[in-house]
Design a protein around this ligand. Sequence first.
Ligand SMILES: Cc1cc2nc3c(=O)[nH]c(=O)nc-3n(C[C@H](O)[C@H](O)[C@H](O)COP(=O)(O)OP(=O)(O)OC[C@H]3O[C@@H](n4cnc5c(N)ncnc54)[C@H](O)[C@@H]3O)c2cc1C
Length: 404
Amino acid sequence: MKTSDVIIIGGGLAGLMSAAVAASRKQFVTVLTYGSGSLPLSSGAIDFLNAKAPDKAIKNLPDYHPYKKIGIKNIEAAAKFFCEVAAQDNLPYNGKLSAQIPIVTAVGTLKYSGLVPESMDASMLADKKKIFVANIKGLKDFYANMLVDNLKKYFPNKTFEIAQLDLNLMGGRDITCMDAAQILTDNEQILASELKSLNATADDAIIIPPLLGVAGNFSRSIVKSQIHADIFETTCLPPSPAGIRIQRAFMNYLQKAGVRFYENTKVVRGVFDGKKVTGVVVETSAREKVFPARKVILATGGFYSGGITMSDFDYPKEPIFDLPVFFPTGAENWSNENLFSDKPQGFSMTGILTNNNLNPVDENGRVLFDNLHVVGANLGGVDFIYERSAGGVAISSAYKAAMI
Ligand SMILES: Cc1cc2nc3c(=O)[nH]c(=O)nc-3n(C[C@H](O)[C@H](O)[C@H](O)COP(=O)(O)OP(=O)(O)OC[C@H]3O[C@@H](n4cnc5c(N)ncnc54)[C@H](O)[C@@H]3O)c2cc1C
């Protein structure tokens, strides 16, 4: 089998981004993955850090933080590259590292994020007089009344109206936002006609759940061209069309770039020559198969996706290369009593430690394999969910690893 310039293990956000960056450098890239990763669960926004100006806050992080190893230039370049890939699939993103943009969550709170899909950017809300919130007949898990009650707390002086829409979604089972987005792809006129009947003006905004198709911004453009008001989407419970749109944009990019993408393919171990990884072994139904590589990027998603496992308490394992895994010692440090407390969760900090090139290191800081790079949720020492940096760390670590 032909030797890949780079093999990427894992096809979540970090794996897809690594593959796209490596392919943009004309490398021969292979992605080996199973499952769908956490993109279908995500809001579609890329969080860099819970701070008013993430770029300034990143500079003040401690040296052990992955962002300090990645470097601000790479983080900025990663954000730009991500937006370019998305834009190529007609999926425009707004944002920059020096500020945060609000999006409206499914329950009507405002969440601030670094990069947000244009279809979710709620910045204009402050200038609107009247806000319509769509209540879709038959749609599960979207409660317009609750959304309005909460959003009113941010905008007490605005007029709100709940718009009852019937998009003919009723079927034999509950309809999720993902179902609705799939149904409305190529059937946008159903939504456009219902929204036109609201007679909303340019001074108004219409908030809808994320059901504007699964293909970039195409469905939104069709609907928007027929109404005067601004229209934007909220987040929703998974599966999330906004996350699927990112996945689709990257898959289209990789396909055009000739990346070999193997789904339902589990990597079970590495092949080594001293401090070099020379290939990886995958499990197939008939036999094991070796994929040779000059460089490997480990993007297997940490605890959430099987990149790190733990059958014995206090002994987390990285199952492919048997890399050392950082975890806070002592059961009392594993978690806070309050899941949503104002402190990080110990279990969420579990992961692999690296040097500045994102090579895995041992407890003394010695590099274990100099052509293996660790990215995304596999990285240890920081609770990305608590500090709201998961997507930013995923794309920027992937960018750096692929550029080395
Ligand atoms: C519910 C939820 C909501 C989120 N929302 C947001 C958000 O709004 N904004 C944000 O910035 N971030 C969000 N995140 C976080 C963000 O999506 C993830 O941190 C980020 O996508 C991590 O990506 P990853 O590629 O490292 O891992 P993952 O997306 O988990 O992908 C890892 C992939 O590797 C595969 N894999 C594992 N082991 C192997 C193996 N042995 N062989 C082959 N493949 C393997 C897995 O099956 C999986 O497909 C959210 C996360 C979750 C769980």
